[in-house]
Write a protein that binds this ligand. Structure first.
Ligand SMILES: [Zn+2]
Length: 133
């Protein structure tokens, strides 16, 4: 599938997820039983809709409120996914995703973040389904 031009300005997914797997801090974030149950009940599509709203409200403004502390550590699978994928604040978006701070996110950037969250959540659910080693 062709990658839209705007995506090339952000980070390649394989490169990104390979880097995240090497970060002990990011790897600490896992879905808890409540998050998994919620995800199963709501479906990934609905949870990602919530994610899009969180991203628009908490990350997308040029100067988000409480930037650096706007994403709770738990309480919604999206929050966990945001910490696991370094999409929790504008500092992490700049460092990990090459998205410049100090300006509002474009629609494409919002969708990119939602895609990152979706990919992580899909992987996190698969892990749960594979038999314990
Ligand atoms: Zn952050």
């Amino acid at each position: 599938m062709a990658v839209p031009a705007i995506m090339r300005a952000m980070r390649d997914f394989d490169d990104l997820f390979a880097a995240l797997r090497k970060s002990p801090f990011r790897c600490r974030f896992r879905l808890g039983p409540q998050d998994r149950a919620y995800l199963e009940q709501k479906t990934l599509a609905v949870v990602l809709d919530h994610g899009r709203q969180f991203v628009r409200q908490r990350l997308a403004p040029a100067v988000p409120r409480n930037d650096g502390r706007q994403t709770p550590m738990r309480g919604h699978p999206i929050f966990v996914a945001q910490h696991a994928t370094a999409t929790c604040c504008r500092g992490c978006l700049a460092k990990w995703h090459f998205i410049a701070p100090g300006r509002a996110l474009t629609d494409e950037e919002v969708e990119y973040v939602v895609e990152v969250l979706g990919r992580w959540l899909a992987g996190a659910t698969e892990d749960a389904e594979s038999p314990a080693a």
